[in-house]
Design a protein around this ligand. Structure first.
Ligand SMILES: *Cc1c(COP(=O)(O)O)cnc(C)c1O
Length: 411
């Protein structure tokens, strides 16, 4: 007997009515109409609000929640999250410009990322956001900008810890990395920092992303506080700010399940009690990207052609890899796995057949679903790719093959 295949993650964030997927109370056909056609990304604000509300309910009140904009920098999405979270984390000058149009106080913004340009550094210094310094060289450049502008830069040291976030989808700390300053080098850097006239705020320690293992997340968060406490002894001023990173993952692939937040919340409660003793002045910040937005978004494209090839059925759509690199399996995945998909105008159909959903690009990489159990389709049917609210629109090579750009809407 063959092993049963793992089930895709439950897709219960949206309802359906009369066979039509519903997004923020609107049918997929109505949304398509509003967009003037397909393909498009649609983000459901009710799902984003519910997600933040759940975190507020289970996590300790004193924990600050920030939104890491690179997950989805659409200005409407950023403006919504600015009203729901305690701060925004940006990673480029343009993200900073968008953040500065929101309701968030610049003092509650931070700017991370290696290789910040002089123009970006100066904009950040003038705006008064916290610069997460990625190297000693960057620190010296920031100090020079402070001297030249007469504005005291607000800075934190981004630390590359010696530990890793285990089983993380993307490791951003541990070992040699372009991100942050190795923890061994931080004491010397802090000594120099004290002489540079910078406003030292604290530390940023981000060890990884897309983690679905509760024990690994808890371990990394505990090590993060311990490391910050150790490094604080070398700091020129008492830390006012500690960004402990995020890393909370969302289920994308068969067999993956949503994180159980309760044990993470219990640990954060204890962590904040320790922080009160060890770093009494520090605001503790968690920065989340995909966890806030991924499940609120769908990518919708339309079947253009249906064909058979040697026993398999192919639905060729007007969307694909160029709009949604991650769903095609080409955004860091080692083995291609299917994102959850549905035929958004046939949600009640019970018949299922294995279907290959592909895009219009002349490359075999342009796959949205591989032998996925879906109802029989015909041209005009709408394919929805779930879990698409993060690292979709802006993480895709949208000019590749010069097809029309997808739309985007926050509902
Ligand atoms: C990318 C990034 C995030 C967001 O990661 P998610 O997996 O989307 O939560 C947060 N912080 C930093 C420093 C990042 O580089």
């Amino acid at each position: 007997m063959s092993k049963p295949l793992p089930e895709p993650p439950p897709m219960d964030q949206f309802s359906s009515l009369g066979g039509e997927l519903q997004l923020a109370g609107q049918s997929i056909t109505a949304v398509r109409e509003k967009m003037g056609g397909t393909p498009f990304y649609a983000y459901d604000s009710t799902v984003i609000r519910a997600r933040v509300a759940e975190l507020r309910r289970v996590f300790p009140d004193q924990l600050s929640l920030h939104y890491a904009m690179k997950a989805n920098p659409m200005p409407e999405v950023v403006k919504l999250l600015a009203t729901l979270t305690d701060g925004l984390d940006v990673a480029s000058g343009l993200e900073l410009a968008v953040a500065l149009t929101s309701d968030t106080n610049p003092a509650d913004m931070s700017f991370a990322g290696p290789g910040k340009s002089t123009v970006e550094l100066e904009a950040a210094v003038r705006a008064g956001v916290i610069l997460n310094m990625e190297s000693v060289g960057e620190m010296r450049r920031i100090a020079a900008i402070g001297d030249a502008t007469g504005v005291q830069p607000r800075v934190a040291v981004r630390v590359n810890p010696a530990f890793e976030l285990k089983t993380s989808g993307m490791k951003m700390g541990g070992g040699p990395k372009p991100f942050g300053v190795d923890e061994e080098q931080v004491p010397d850097m802090l000594r120099e920092l004290g002489a540079l006239g910078l406003d030292f705020r604290g530390f940023h320690i981000y060890s990884g992303s897309q983690n679905l293992r509760v024990d690994a997340i808890i371990e990394a968060q505990n090590k993060t506080l311990a490391l910050a406490t150790e490094l604080a002894e070398h700091a020129p001023a008492t830390p006012r700010w500690l960004n402990i990173g995020g890393g909370l993952g969302v289920p994308y692939f068969p067999g993956e399940r949503a994180l159980d937040l309760a044990p993470i919340a219990d640990n954060l409660e204890l962590l904040l009690q320790r922080a009160k003793q060890q770093l009494p002045e520090a605001e503790i910040v968690m920065e989340l990207g995909r966890y806030l937005v991924a499940e609120a978004g769908v990518y919708v494209c339309e079947v253009v052609d249906v064909k058979q090839s040697r026993g398999e059925t192919f639905a060729v759509t007007n969307g694909g890899l160029h709009h949604h690199l991650a769903a095609s399996g080409n955004f860091g995945q080692v083995i291609r796995k299917n994102y959850p998909v549905a035929v958004a105008n046939k949600m009640d159909e019970v018949e299922r057949q294995p279907l290959n959903v592909v895009g219009p690009l002349c490359t075999p990489l342009d796959i949205l679903a591989d032998k996925y159990p879906l109802p029989p389709v015909e041209p005009g049917d709408l394919i929805a790719v779930y879990q698409s609210g993060a690292y979709g629109f802006t993480a895709s090579p949208r000019d590749f093959l010069s097809h029309p750009q997808p739309g985007q809407i926050l509902l």
